[in-house]
Write a protein that binds this ligand. Structure first.
Ligand code: ATP
Length: 183
């Protein structure tokens, strides 16, 4: 069995403050980890460690190819949505459809509503083909049908051998292994 993410004895410090330490975890294909905890406990930092955007102050992180959806939309605001997503490549049309965005594919990214922009960032991740998805507050701003779309998308990714780490204060659709930071 391939491991898609492994933290071994990881400590994370930011701005001189220790957020967490001795964190070990492993995600295999099909796994999903829901990271919860108070504001500032290090949920987004954990995602950045997994993405290789941040280095642990102790321990080791090993990860498969990742795609991350966080505060940074990473789509050109001036381009129509489909073209903006195409910059990153992958199965753009399928991802637009999976997130109910096909009717908006010619709308400039800057005109999307908050919930539509959240779905666009999820479409970028879905199109990527990366086995490990890192999702920061993926359900924030989504209406109930969009949460259902998110649940279906994640279930399909997991059944296809992918894994997901999501940081969220909200309940997430489907079955997740919980990890509580800040305790
Ligand atoms: N670039 C940075 N430099 C220094 N400290 C930072 C930086 N980014 C974040 N921090 C600090 O790291 C701590 C953890 O931040 P992080 O965003 O990981 O928390 P979080 O659990 O995701 O919070 P929230 O629930 O508010 O989203 C916070 O105290 C924050 O101020």
């Amino acid at each position: 069995m391939t491991t898609l993410l492994r933290f071994d004895g990881v400590a994370c410090s930011r701005g001189g403050r220790l957020l967490f330490e001795d964190l070990s975890l492993e995600l295999a294909p099909g796994d999903a980890l829901h990271v919860a905890g108070p504001n500032g406990s290090g949920k987004s930092s954990l995602l950045r460690l997994a993405a290789g955007l941040l280095h642990p102050s102790r321990g080791t992180v090993e990860a498969a190819e990742v795609a991350i959806a966080d505060d940074n939309l990473a789509l050109d605001p001036e381009l129509p949505l489909r073209r903006a997503l195409s910059f990153w490549g992958g199965c753009v049309v399928e991802a637009l459809s999976a997130l109910g965005l096909h009717a908006l594919d010619q709308v400039p990214v800057r005109l999307l509503s908050a919930g539509q922009a959240k779905r666009a960032s999820l479409a970028r991740v879905a199109a990527s083909g990366s086995p490990l998805w890192l999702l920061d507050e993926p359900a924030n701003g989504l209406d109930s049908p969009s949460v259902d779309l998110l649940g279906g998308l994640i279930a399909k990714h997991r059944s296809g051998g992918g894994a997901v780490v999501a940081a969220s204060h909200l309940a997430l659709p489907g079955e997740w292994r919980p990890l509580e930071l800040g305790r």
